[in-house]
Design a protein around this ligand. Structure first.
Ligand SMILES: Nc1ncnc2c1ncn2[C@@H]1O[C@H](COP(=O)(O)OP(=O)(O)OP(=O)(O)O)[C@@H](O)[C@H]1O
Length: 367
């Protein structure tokens, strides 16, 4: 059933009450890229995803995906899971152990039914790098390979939405690092949205385009990652890892350095192997940003960006403040400085100054 053209691809409103937990969610989510359901253990991430999947039925709820209504309790509409065109992958890949990789994938294809003509299996095998694994049984695959096969099987059903519930949680660090580039490719190349449950700040910083921050069943924030990570009213703004992410493009490499272009200004980092034009994601921690009133030329710091002060807040760590800055393209940057420096420099709302970036962390793997 089609509805009027939606502004966002996913409109999800759920109210669900368990004995000692209530989920209250009302969000609009983008129709492409990765939306992370993020929050501490027990905040309701998996419950929210299960509501989207139709695995649990919110007493009151409405879910619309790309114009199609999957649930509308006020009109007694509730599509069961098997009628929702979605792919799901959990912590445990859930492959059929008695079938080879090919057999598992063929199962996905069968589920696609009439839609399978619109799927390009070769493109999916390439996207996930599993073309050489087709004859193997799941027990002969690494944890990362199993997850990639499970994602491929889900995509072969031709879903309109991909749900990933902590797909890396059961993997060791080495396997996680191995699979992350594939998830980045899915994010960049798939036309369908991915809802991704995680409680790992690193995974979210690396993969998410949009964040739904949950706390005790309530949505504390929902927005583009660049907006949510620069909100100084949220608890994680004060963690040691607080910082922003930027999507940048490799511009050129010379003299052992690479210039990354972004609308907020160029960033210079140690030499990268990626060719010009490659999109990368980088992170700048608040602890790595210092402020000056004039542009210093007598400094070893390479990355100095013009900025203005939006606002600031005292951190729970004695004597520090977190300053939110606006860069020339309107994007945000956080700086953690001492209250004494703030007063001496006159760092107040609207003040124009320079942000000196001591370190830029590249979150994408080199390839
Ligand atoms: N079927 C159920 N019946 C009753 N309570 C439930 C049920 N499913 C989940 N809960 C409770 O709802 C709360 C949220 O659980 P949920 O699994 O959604 O959290 P989460 O954020 O995904 O946590 P984690 O990161 O630990 O997986 C928890 O307190 C959990 O005990």
């Amino acid at each position: 059933m089609r509805d009027t053209a939606p502004e966002s691809a996913i409109l999800a409103r759920f109210h669900l009450v368990y004995r000692s937990f209530a989920l209250d969610m009302d969000v609009s989510l983008p129709g492409r890229g990765v939306t992370a359901f993020f929050g501490p253990s027990g905040s309701g991430k998996t419950t929210a995803l299960r509501c989207v999947a139709g695995l649990v039925r919110a007493q009151s709820g409405r879910l619309q995906v790309a114009g199609d209504v999957w649930q509308d309790e006020s009109n007694h509409v509730f599509l069961p899971t098997y009628r929702r065109p979605l792919g799901m992958v959990f912590q445990d890949a859930g492959l059929f152990p008695h079938l080879t990789v090919f057999g598992n994938l063929r199962y996905g294809m069968k589920r696609a039914g009439a839609a399978r003509n619109s799927i390009d299996p070769d493109a999916i095998l390439t996207l996930l790098g599993i073309g050489d694994l087709l004859g193997r049984y799941p027990r002969h695959l690494s944890g990362g390979e199993r997850q990639r096969v499970a994602i491929a099987r889900a995509l072969l059903t031709d879903p309109r939405l991909l749900l990933l519930d902590e797909p890396l949680a059961a993997l060791d660090v080495k396997r996680k690092l191995e699979i992350l580039p594939y998830l980045e490719r899915l994010r960049d190349e798939l036309d369908i949205p991915i809802l991704y449950v995680s409680h790992s700040p690193d995974e979210v910083a690396r993969l998410a385009d949009h964040i739904v921050l949950l706390e005790a069943g309530r949505v504390v924030a929902s927005g583009a990652i660049s907006d949510v990570l620069t909100r100084i009213d949220l608890p994680f703004a004060f963690s040691d890892e607080a910082g922003v992410v930027f999507d940048v493009v490799v511009a050129e490499s010379a003299d052992g350095l690479t210039r990354l272009a972004s609308t907020a200004g160029d960033l210079i980092v140690a030499h990268r192997l990626e060719p010009p034009g490659r999109r990368l994601r980088c992170q700048i921690h608040a602890r790595d940003v210092s402020l000056t009133l004039s542009r210093h030329h007598d400094t070893t710091i390479l990355n100095i960006l013009p900025a203005s002060v939006s606002d600031f807040a005292r951190t729970p760590v004695d004597g520090h403040v977190l300053v939110r800055l606006t860069l020339k393209d309107g994007s945000g940057l956080l700086a953690r400085i001492t209250e004494r420096s703030r007063q001496e420099l006159g760092v107040v709302e609207g003040r124009a100054l320079w942000a000196q970036v001591k370190a830029v962390a590249l979150l994408s793997a080199e390839r």
